[in-house]
Design a protein. Structure first.
Length: 313
């Protein structure tokens, strides 16, 4: 998923009804919200989607709903989130791909256990390549069930195979990002960074874009960041945005994804706060912090001339 312009790929939320069932009308509205904000692609069935709280059938239904709503306007990738041996995972990869996604994303922590070696991990990846024919694949260094970070040479080897076109990076280390990018030059491949503390540095180093939870609060700000990162005329504003993202990192992660759903309610989306994840207590203090975040973002968006009213069809 290499592209000429820097792009933002939101990690999608899953809206629920108050009874805990998936809210497919809310999902439709949320999909349009991301697209209206300028997202260059969507990542369905990811950690923000509560993929490990969804059954395999529910994950497929969510992915299908997103693909159908997008209707080929932008690319859609989705994770293969089932646990099991490589044959089981390969079967689910094929099921996900049959829904019309542009690539299926592999969860690095599901391929090998935390105490298993890189050699075992690599062997299983190549086994999975064989079992999934020519399906375009990607990696996600998901924190669940544990975070397995790829080494730059590993990523370079996998990308050189021609099978890996996408990587969502969570290493939190800009030097590693730079080393990974050096390994994958001149390939049809895109690295998308999830860590907003070094968002600007990552984009300038050659990342294809960003894929972060902050896009579940203000996707248009992340789009703006991607669009202006290499324009020296916006250096002062870029520093302002980078500081805003860094200062509010903890606020946006605490009691997530409930807090993101509350923020989106304030922005006008008709979704509930329900989450299947044990995210923590959404109490008055947490609510107050998100209210302040909303106020501060409104001020920042006005300074940057970013519209905050997004039309939803």
């Amino acid at each position: 998923m290499k592209q000429k312009e820097k792009g933002f790929i939101p990690v999608m939320l899953t809206p629920y009804l108050e009874n805990g069932e998936i809210d497919f009308e809310g999902l439709r509205q949320l999909t349009e919200f991301y697209i209206s904000a300028g997202a260059s692609g969507l990542f369905a069935n990811c950690q923000s989607s509560e993929m490990f709280e969804l059954s395999a059938e529910e994950s497929l239904r969510v992915i299908r709903a997103v693909v159908e709503q997008v209707d080929e306007r932008i690319p859609v990738v989705a994770a293969s989130s089932v646990k099991g041996n490589i044959a089981v995972q390969a079967d689910f990869v094929r099921q996900v791909y049959s829904l019309g996604v542009d690539a299926v994303i592999l969860i690095t922590g599901l391929i090998a256990a935390e105490d298993e070696s890189d050699a075992v991990f690599e062997e299983r990846i190549f086994e999975l390549f064989e079992l999934t024919e020519n399906i375009p694949l990607g990696f996600y260094e998901c924190p669940e069930p544990y975070k397995r970070v790829l080494h730059p040479d590993q990523l370079g080897c996998f990308v050189a195979s021609g099978r890996i076109i996408y990587h969502k990076d969570t290493c939190l280390d800009i030097k590693q990002i730079q080393s990974k990018l050096a390994q994958v030059k001149n390939h049809d491949f895109g690295l998308y960074d999830a860590y907003m503390v070094h968002a600007v540095e990552s984009l300038k180093a050659g990342a294809a874009g960003l894929s972060c939870i902050q896009g579940n609060y203000f996707p248009e700000l992340i789009v703006w960041l991607c669009q202006h990162c290499n324009d020296p005329g916006f250096s002062e504003q870029m520093a302002l945005v980078q500081q805003f993202l860094t200062d509010n990192m903890d606020v946006m992660h605490h009691v997530y994804p409930i807090v993101a759903k509350y923020f989106l309610q304030k922005r006008g989306l008709n979704i509930s706060l329900y989450s299947r994840r044990k995210a923590g207590n959404f109490d008055a203090q947490v609510k107050l912090a998100i209210d302040k975040l909303y106020k501060d973002y409104t001020i920042l968006a006005k300074q940057l001339d970013i519209p905050t009213d997004i039309a939803l069809s």
